[in-house]
Design a protein around this ligand. Structure first.
Ligand code: EPU
Length: 416
């Protein structure tokens, strides 16, 4: 089992290219099974979740190969609608294959992803969307089967803006007969990326980024092309790292326009921020202060995925910070590890109250999940002595070589 070792106390200084977005790459790769051609995805991050998605694509019959940061998916051959449980279980977001395989094959059989580190992960909204397009859904022996020879367009009213359900609805609708309107759609920028790719394949989709998405179904899709957007959560994590450690970092290939609430919170903490096209510069010299209350919300609100790293950055900030997590039930699982490092955090339900402390100390801690692990790394940079973080397999799901990135910014970090 590998660990990430970080010795705190050094300020950060340097430049870092932001990796391609995990949460764009996964639905884009799943979407490629809808096409009967060759797709190329540039700026594809090297992550274990991407590798798991590629294994599913290969299993269902796609040819997949990489060249530099590009991944090529050839889905022109026959595609199988079944994914084995072992492959489904490796990653919660594999549920995105539901809409894509149903649309391509007229049927799909998958095991349910179940809960995960963040709490229960229901799929009712995904199924609501597929049923609205005519799919017959049955559940037997833990497997979910959806059938419909040719989906027909319809109205999908999502009662809450689920990112995955919006993506599944789009994937199912692009080849359905007739028109589809999705209301209450999630507005995350990754959904805009999905729309751009689908359009490059010949799909007729508009509205991504707003809460109403309109789709006119087409008979077939050809191959397509997409440069994956920058990972706004990885960017937020490295900005939080610099806020925590002090110093100055410059992130390029970034998307500041998609990160407004995170940048606002960092400014509120006393960091100096400058942004340019694809560029974010953060400098923190003086003491940090509380940014005021931070409430996670669907986009364009403060992203739940940035809550753990931001929490880690405020541990030594002057004053009290209140965080309210409204998206996931169990997204404070990093708190006990942060407390063991000296943090003063109280949680009750959705609320966490963090009182700034003078000192944090390194120690042996375990990552509870992907973003929780990132939080431990951010805290370790401001702690005295060495922190040894185990459970780094969670971090490898979403961060491309975090030890390397932190080292490039001047931190004392290594992966062993
Ligand atoms: N929900 C339902 N029913 C559903 C689907 C979702 O009740 O059918 C609930 C969830 O339980 C949750 C909320 O709706 O409470 C939001 O879930 P959503 O469907 O929007 O999340 P997701 O699509 O499963 C994506 C990201 C997550 C990110 C969330 C919220 C991907 C692959 N994953 O998940 O990313 O936290 O949106 O922004 O895009 C991460 O990167 O660390 C991560 C967890």
């Amino acid at each position: 089992m590998s660990v990430l070792k970080i010795t705190g106390g050094r300020s950060l200084e340097g430049s870092l290219r932001v990796q391609g977005a995990k949460n764009s790459a996964l639905p884009l790769l799943a979407a490629s099974v809808l096409t009967e051609g060759l797709s190329v995805f540039r700026n594809c991050p090297r992550l274990t979740d991407v590798a798991a998605t590629v294994d599913i694509l290969r299993h269902v019959g796609c040819r997949v190969y990489g060249e530099g940061d590009a991944l090529y998916v050839d889905a022109s051959g026959p595609i199988s609608p079944e994914v084995p449980d072992e492959l489904m279980g490796r990653m919660r977001s594999s549920v995105i294959f539901l809409g894509a395989l149903l649309s391509r094959c007229g049927e799909v059989s998958l095991s349910l992803p179940g809960g995960c580190e963040l709490g229960p992960r229901p799929v009712d909204l995904h199924l609501l969307a597929l049923r609205a397009l005519g799919a017959e859904v049955t559940e037997a022996g833990g497997r979910l089967c959806c059938r419909c020879a040719r989906l027909r367009g319809g109205r999908i009213d999502l009662p809450s803006p689920s990112v995955g359900a919006t993506e599944n609805a789009m994937l199912a609708a692009v080849r359905a007969r007739g028109n589809t309107v999705i209301t209450g759609a999630a507005r995350e920028p990754e959904i805009r990326d999905l729309q751009e790719y689908l359009r490059s394949c010949g799909a007729l989709v508009t509205g991504a980024g707003s809460s109403v998405i309109r789709i006119r179904g087409v008979e077939k899709l050809g191959g397509g092309e997409k440069r994956i957007m920058p990972d706004r959560i990885a960017a937020a994590t490295y900005l939080a790292a610099c806020a925590s450690a002090g110093g100055r970092v410059r992130l390029y290939d970034a998307c500041p326009g998609d990160m407004v609430p995170v940048l606002q919170a960092l400014r509120g903490m006393g960091c100096e921020l400058r942004t340019g096209e694809n560029l974010i510069m953060l400098e923190r010299r003086g003491p940090l202060r509380s940014p005021g209350p931070v409430i996670t919300r669907p986009h364009p609100g403060f992203p739940t995925d940035a809550q753990p790293p931001l929490m880690a950055a405020v541990l030594k900030a002057q004053g009290t910070t209140v965080m309210i997590e409204t998206i996931f039930e169990s997204r404070y699982r990093h708190v006990p590890a942060l407390r063991s490092m000296g943090a003063d955090i109280r949680t009750a339900g959705k609320t966490a109250v963090i009182r700034g402390v003078e000192r944090l100390r390194g120690g042996e801690v375990h990552a509870s999940d992907l973003r929780g692990g990132a939080a431990l790394a951010v805290a370790a940079l401001a702690a005295e002595g060495e922190t040894v973080i185990s459970g780094t397999e969670y971090m490898d799901r979403g961060y491309e070589d975090m030890a390397g990135a932190l080292t490039a910014l001047g931190a004392e970090a290594c992966s062993e």
